[in-house]
Design a protein around this ligand. Sequence first.
Ligand SMILES: NC(=O)c1ccc[n+]([C@@H]2O[C@H](COP(=O)([O-])OP(=O)(O)OC[C@H]3O[C@@H](n4cnc5c(N)ncnc54)[C@H](OP(=O)(O)O)[C@@H]3O)[C@@H](O)[C@H]2O)c1
Length: 273
Amino acid sequence: MNSFQDKVVVITGAGNGIGRALAQLLAKQGAKLALNSRTASHLEETVRSLGLDDSRTFTRAFDISDKRAVFQFASDVNEHFGQVDVVINNAGVAITGLTFEELEISDFEWIFSINFMGVVFMSKAFLPVLKNQKSATALVNVSSLFGMVPMALKTPYCSTKYAVRGLTDSLRMELLDSNVKVIGVYPGGVKTSITAKALKAETEPRYTKTFEKLLVMPPEEAAQIIANGILQSKENIIVGKDAKKAIFAYRWLPSILNKMALKTMREFKGKKD
Ligand SMILES: NC(=O)c1ccc[n+]([C@@H]2O[C@H](COP(=O)([O-])OP(=O)(O)OC[C@H]3O[C@@H](n4cnc5c(N)ncnc54)[C@H](OP(=O)(O)O)[C@@H]3O)[C@@H](O)[C@H]2O)c1
């Protein structure tokens, strides 16, 4: 794919953060956009910021853990534009600051229904449309640095993002002989409100505040790196020096991350030697 000009790009979670920044960037680069988010007013705000002609956007607010709504969206987008070139599975949520033992099983069920099953539904619903194109298309799944590197007090989030990586890498193999490029995105800290909005964030406000300080990259910069990576057909797009360093450290010096985890547990959960 040489450019986004007149390509139809689907983005989930476009009502905020990285998804909104991607919509704004790709609109400037000439794409037609099919946008989803959970909250209708957030999506409307994104669309207003694009300044695009109505014919170049299609929006639908729904929860991506709703299988029926996802399949209806795929069918409506295809009917509206008659083609889909890129699907970016970006919508995601977090739970943060609690140990596995403090969490409920329902917390895992909730986050998996969005961060993982949402990606499964979207991929299932849009894959036939992507395969149907004669030209090259892309299925882009936003995982996280925490889909490559584990972290204490993030077991549910890490588990969903590792699962997204497994799905992405395995599906890529199945589609090697097709027109669909499957791309994984692994951002480090991006300055959005995902941590502040995380489920049960209020239970550990000190942890939430500390972790938020690590989210530094502007979402516009993350969007630019992701868009460039898609055009370059990269298999894995690592976003940010922090992500690159942590992935390197976990691979070659995992004891460093263990030390960080011990420090985190002692600081926030009062664990002793
Ligand atoms: N920020 C980071 O540091 C970071 C790092 C690594 C990976 N990521 C990943 O990047 C992606 C985007 O995160 P972000 O930081 O941009 O977060 P964000 O600012 O909170 O935006 C998340 C978007 O996803 C939407 N969303 C949440 N649950 C949804 C659902 N059930 N159905 C449909 N839409 C839903 C939200 O919708 P509404 O606002 O309309 O409710 C919002 O538009 C996520 O997958 C996240 O895990 C982020």
